[in-house]
Design a protein around this ligand. Sequence first.
Ligand code: CDP
Ligand code: CDP
Length: 226
Amino acid sequence: MTPPKIVAIDGPAASGKSSTASRVAMALGLAHIDSGSLYRAVTWIAIESQLDLPAAIVAAARARRITLDRVGAELLVHAGGKPIDEVIRGADVTAHVSAVSAMPLVRNWVNDVLRGAVAKSGGAVVDGRDIGTVVFPGARLKVFLTASPATRAKRRLQQREGEVDSEVLASEASLLEERDRRDSSRAVAPLRPSADAVVLDTTTMTLAEQVAQILALARERGLSEG
Ligand code: CDP
Ligand code: CDP
């Protein structure tokens, strides 16, 4: 039996993981999963229901039926069958998501959902923080995307509203760096490149260039045939 085609794309906040993974998935005819969307969904529920304890948070995620459902090539996060991809991107969720993601029970639940979804799809391009190190250590291709904090902050602001002034840019960069620091220093599944990952610094690259580089690597690994 051929192993499922899995591409892992990890990296810090706003390094371009989801945009890149989505395009790579489309080109390879695979599904795309943004694993951060599950951590955001669980955090959104924890905030709404005012829950702090990991077991209560996971129970609420189950009760609210958080699932990944296919919409075109994307596996998007839903609660009780309704799309929640927009509401989970708010500042409040962003401020709390690193703390909720540091809970091992939450991580186990998310990993089960991810592994189930990938098994059902027969492969996928999955982006996150620990996809190559923990969730799919056997992935056929692992990429770790980086970019300077200022570049990442600028990309995130442009993605949101277009206008970027220097004060807003500095505060966004410090928020991103703080989240990266928490994600990198937690005890379980910290943000770091897998030893066998290809590290791509995209600071001076366009989105099209980074997609093209990853597709070239995918071809080398036999991911684009058939
Ligand atoms: O898109 P952005 O880079 O802002 O973040 P995200 O991918 O939506 O992930 C939100 C948060 O979820 C991260 O800051 C991590 O705390 C957590 N996360 C994680 O711990 N492990 C993953 N595989 C993916 C996300
Ligand atoms: O998933 P992650 O938080 O790592 O980043 P994203 O939401 O995919 O990307 C943040 C923004 O950077 C998106 O609007 C991308 O189009 C943009 N971007 C990029 O990813 N790579 C470049 N070389 C230039 C812009």
